[in-house]
Design a protein. Structure first.
Length: 274
């Protein structure tokens, strides 16, 4: 698999415990009854995604990965009762760390909400911004962790369909951006899965996801989610494509050569020969 050079800067998680807590919530499981095998596999899938997205993964993420793999291997191997009594249980230690971090996050969220309330107590409420009539009031902006989780599921499905395919084609984010904008000019919105087609390769999925993040950052498209549904929908914000978009396309590589490009190159060579 080849994807044209890119780098995305994003802080989706505050650390490995934050990522683990996100996986716990996503899987809707109890912290004190973790399905360690599934959580470990999903955690490692996230690290693989981070590598393909060219993110700088801190050493603490790798240390947690090693810890999870060690715990998973211990659970799979038979052990004597004497060994179980003598050694500390790493699962309970991890659960304790996770529970403590969850309490910290809940306390931090409470303090933040209280600060916002105190700030606005004596202020007159501002007039609400005009609502876009086409926007469903039941939808809300999708957060980055939710986008990453949706990406993980798409990559898992792609791997299940074509597990042994060796990719040799190079994928450009610029081409994915053009494809995405072209489709959103025709239809009002697309689901997250529809962005990648019926049988996407891993390289195409990564390139498309990078383009999605860049377009969202620029305010050209938006990703929304119904509060009662896991489905994510992507739509155009209706803004004109300005110079920032052209700069983005230049940054992420040239467009794949078509007939017009070839004709232009031939003409240029003829002028040089003349």
């Amino acid at each position: 698999m080849k994807v044209a050079s890119y780098r995305v800067n994003m802080d989706a998680f505050e650390g490995p415990l934050d990522l683990l807590l996100h996986l716990v919530k996503t899987n809707e499981v109890d912290i004190y009854h973790l399905p360690l095998s599934d959580i470990t596999d999903q955690y490692l899938a996230y690290l693989e995604m981070f590598e393909e997205l060219d993110l700088d993964v801190a050493g603490e993420y790798l240390l947690m990965a090693a810890t999870l793999m060690h715990i998973k291997s211990r659970l799979l191997l038979p052990r004597d009762e004497e060994e179980e009594e003598e050694e500390e249980d790493p699962v309970q230690d991890l659960v304790g760390q996770l529970a403590e971090y969850q309490r910290y996050r809940e306390a931090a969220d409470t303090l933040r909400d209280r600060a916002l309330i105190d700030r606005d107590v004596f202020r007159r409420a501002a007039s609400p911004p005009p609502r876009n009539e086409a926007e469903d009031p039941g939808f809300a902006q999708v957060e980055l962790p939710d986008l990453l989780e949706a990406l993980r599921r798409v990559l898992a499905r792609a791997a299940a369909r074509i597990p042994h395919l060796v990719e040799s084609e190079e994928y450009h984010v610029a081409d994915a951006v053009r494809e995405m904008l072209g489709r959103l000019d025709v239809v009002e919105s697309l689901t997250f899965d529809e962005l990648f087609g019926d049988s996407p390769t891993r390289g195409l999925v990564i390139a498309t996801f990078i383009g999605l993040l860049e377009l969202m950052k620029m305010g050209i498209i938006q990703a929304m989610q119904d509060e009662g549904s896991p489905e994510i929908r992507v739509s155009s914000m209706g803004h004109d494509h300005d110079d920032r978009l052209y700069a983005l396309l230049d940054t992420y590589g040239p467009r794949a050569h078509g007939k017009e490009d070839e004709d232009a190159e031939v003409k240029k060579e003829q002028q040089l020969d003349g």
